[in-house]
Structure formats: structure tokens, C-alpha cells
Design a protein around this ligand. Structure first.
Ligand code: C6P
Length: 409
């Protein structure tokens, strides 16, 4: 697969923030797995919304309120199409992946998970897909199980039959590991979950903006994403929930907007998705997410995936060939990020060194403490790429890493 049909230079020009110097050097932003940059089109959509349409949604009977409501619901439709959900009613706006997973754990989990049940996770989960389930297990008396990670950074699926038994009520796993870059076989895992009567929850924080994600083809029950990792603003995300499962999920937060009627002792609730969106939502954020979805669609996620793939293969090959003392952590076949350690330097020191040259890497445990422990690492340095990055930037990173290798040896 190639991405030759896209003018990547023109795409890069859409991102104003990339065209600056940091500490006297051209910025090299290789931290998009933490948070992506935003194109002019998204920034303009936010400005337009605030300059022309801003009001509260679903409440007012005035023109601006109905425009804001239309913009908010149009964004929901765009996200639904982006994920190929059967209906926009299956899309709940959240603050991000973390809130989406907490919503499932608290609302669905508290109702349907009991003592003696099990929740299946994997050893490569981000803390956002671990701690909410620990809290649920503490509340309910359920146990946690983990699909092991092999030395090469992939899941040990040979263990699935003994782990995914009928006691498992929820199987929650990441699509792409934010430390290893591993891409998990989501459709197979969802099918396996369904075969034992468990629901599947997919953490799509690292995948939604990078690969085509089709919730119907994947066969998942829930899928959580973060807008800020896919060109949208911070503080907005989406949770997809399959209609049949959402229908039987009780509310998460209580408050305005999610009710049909309220008396002093009892309330009745709206249908999904509004039942799960108490209070004034992040309307501008949703508008920004809608604009980000339009932007990503205009490039094409196949093209984005192909371009990410080219960058990551090039980076791996150059790091292995040209930088002494570097060990890449994770499988060869990976999404657009490379976690690595340099024998002579702690990841924090290496990342701070890189920053001196305007190179933004991330260093640390990446909210994957159990995984780092398993690999006996204090953490890693991570270069994560997005479609606005270039091979020339990778070449500059290699020079900086070569100098770092000399500096720390
Ligand atoms: N990872 C990183 O790797 P929020 O903070 O809710 O937008 O996303 C949480 C989250 C959940 N799952 C995965 C796989 C993730 O990678 C992340 C966020 C960032 O740099 C921050 S630790």
C-alpha cells in the first residue's frame, strides 16, 4: 500500500504549529501518540463556532441555540459515519478514551458484573483501561484476568481458551499499544468474547485517527476514542456503544439533559445517547471533532495508515542501522510509533537531551507501568509519527540520537 496520491507537503502546511523553531532548531514533533497537532481547518471550525453559533444545546428556543444544537448533532453524525456505526444514537460524546472506558465500567459494569465473574484485560493496557476495571472489581468482587504479552510485544493468544471462559463478562483490550505499537486482531478478539457471552470493549485511543475503524466489521460492543489524538481539540472524545447493549445500560452521570422527567424522589431517563450526556457538553469540542473527522476523511485513512507505515518502517530501519546501542521494544510489524531504549541513557535523560534540539519525544512509562515492569524497563523513549511528519525529520532525529549516543557513552 502506498500513499502517493496525497500531496503530503500541502497537508503539512495545514498545521501552523509545526512551522516554528524550538530552542533554535526547527521543531520535530514526534509526540502525536500523546496528542496530535491540529490543522487550520479544525482551528477555523472552532473560531467560526464561537464567532457565529455559540449557545447551549438542546435547551433554548432561540436561533443560536438551534444552530449550536445542529452543529453538535451534525458532529455526532460525522463520528457515526467515521466509525461506520449503524446509527448516530450509538455515539456518546465523552471527554476522551479514559472517560469512555470509565463510563462502561461504571454504568454497564456495575449493573452486570457480580462476585464470581471475571473481567479479561491484557498485560499491555494503558492505565485508562486497567484502573477503571480494578475499581469495578473492588466494588463487585469480580476478578481480573490478563492475556499475557510475549517477548516480541504481541499477545499470547494461545492462552485465550483458558482465560476467556463463561465467567468472563467483559473483555476489554487496546486496538494499538501506545508503548509497543502492537496492532491487536480486534475482530478475532471480539468474536471470541461474544462466543462466551462476554461484551467486548475496544480502546481505540491510538487507532481511530490512524487506521480505518469500522465498528460493525470489528463486531465490538463498545469502542472508546480521544479526539485530541486525531486532530481534534482536547476534552472531547466519543464512545461507540452497540444499540442493543446501550439500551440496557443504566445512566452514568445524573443531571440536566439526560432526563425525561424529574420529581423529588425519582426520575426517568432519555434514550441513548442523551441518557449518558448529563450537563452541558463540550459543544465546541464536538464541533472540532466533527471538523477533524472531515479533515481525516479528506486525506483518507488508508492513505494515513500507509504513510504512517512508511515513516515507521524507515525510522526502525535507520535506528537499527545507524544508531549504536539502541534497542527497539515491540514487534516488527507495528503502528506509527517506536518505543526504544538507549543502553547508556535513562529514557528521561535521553528525552530531555532531544528537547534541546527541538525534538519532541516522550520518555517514561507511558501509563503502562505493569508492561514496563514485565519488560524490566524503567521506561522507554518513544517517537510517534503522524501523517504530517516527514522522512527528513526522521533523518534529523537519527543525527540527534547519534550525538546522544556519543554524549551518554
Ligand atoms: N496515551 C500516550 O500514550 P486520554 O488521556 O483519555 O485521551 O487517553 C488515554 C489513553 C487510553 N488508551 C491508550 C492506548 C492511550 O494511549 C491513551 C493515552 C497517551 O502518550 C497519554 S499517556
Amino acid at each position: 500500500m502506498t500513499s502517493d496520491s496525497v500531496n503530503w507537503e500541502a497537508v503539512r502546511a495545514d498545521f501552523p504549529i509545526l512551522h516554528q523553531e524550538v530552542r533554535g532548531n526547527p521543531l520535530i514533533y514526534f509526540d502525536s501518540a500523546a496528542s496530535s497537532q491540529k490543522p487550520r481547518q479544525v482551528i477555523d471550525a472552532l473560531t467560526r463556532y464561537y464567532e457565529h453559533d455559540n449557545a447551549n444545546v438542546h435547551r433554548g428556543l432561540h436561533e443560536l441555540s438551534s444552530r449550536a444544537t445542529d452543529a453538535f448533532e451534525a458532529a455526532r453524525n460525522k463520528v457515526a459515519k467515521f466509525l461506520n456505526a449503524a446509527s448516530a444514537d450509538e455515539i456518546i460524546f465523552t471527554r476522551g478514551t479514559t472517560e469512555g472506558i470509565n463510563l462502561v465500567a461504571q454504568a454497564y459494569g456495575t449493573r452486570y458484573v457480580k462476585e464470581g465473574d471475571a473481567i479479561l484485560l491484557t498485560e499491555m493496557e494503558h492505565h485508562s483501561n486497567l484502573v477503571p476495571w480494578q475499581l469495578l472489581a473492588e466494588r463487585t468482587g469480580a476478578s481480573l484476568r490478563f492475556v499475557p504479552v510475549l517477548e516480541d510485544g504481541t499477545l499470547d493468544l494461545s492462552k485465550l481458551p483458558e482465560l476467556l471462559t463463561p465467567e468472563v463478562k467483559i473483555f476489554s483490550f487496546t486496538h494499538i499499544s501506545n508503548s509497543l505499537g502492537t496492532v491487536n486482531p480486534v475482530a478475532d478478539l471480539c468474536r471470541a468474547a461474544r462466543a462466551v457471552g462476554a461484551i467486548s470493549v475496544v480502546d481505540a485511543a491510538q487507532s481511530a485517527g490512524h487506521l480505518p475503524v469500522d465498528v460493525q466489521a470489528l463486531g465490538c460492543d463498545f469502542l472508546a476514542l480521544s479526539g485530541h489524538k486525531m486532530c481534534a481539540p482536547t476534552g472531547i472524545g466519543a464512545l461507540y456503544g452497540r444499540a442493543e447493549v446501550l439500551e440496557k445500560t443504566p445512566p452514568y452521570h445524573g443531571g440536566g439533559e439526560m432526563i425525561v422527567s424529574v420529581s423529588l424522589h425519582k426520575s426517568t431517563y432519555k434514550e441513548a445517547p442523551h441518557r449518558f450526556e448529563a450537563g452541558t457538553p463540550n459543544i465546541a469540542g464536538a464541533v472540532g471533532l466533527g471538523a477533524a473527522v472531515d479533515y481525516l476523511e479528506s486525506i483518507g485513512r488508508q492513505n494515513i495508515a500507509a504513510h504512517d507505515g512508511e515513516l515507521v518502517r524507515y525510522a526502525q530501519q535507520r535506528m537499527e542501522a545507524d544508531v549504536p546501542g539502541i534497542r527497539i521494544i515491540g514487534p516488527r510489524d507495528r503502528s506509527g510509533l517506536v518505543g526504544f531504549v538507549m543502553e547508556s541513557a535513562h529514557p528521561h535523560d535521553l528525552t530531555t537531551y532531544a528537547d534541546r534540539y527541538g525534538l519532541a519525544l516522550r520518555g517514561g512509562h507511558h501509563c503502562n507501568q505493569p508492561l514496563m515492569k514485565k519488560f524490566k524497563l524503567p521506561g522507554t523513549s518513544r517517537a510517534s509519527f503522524y501523517f504530517y511528519n516527514t522522512k527528513e525529520e526522521i533523518d534529523r532525529m537519527i543525527t540527534i540520537l547519534q550525538e546522544a549516543a556519543r554524549f551518554f557513552s
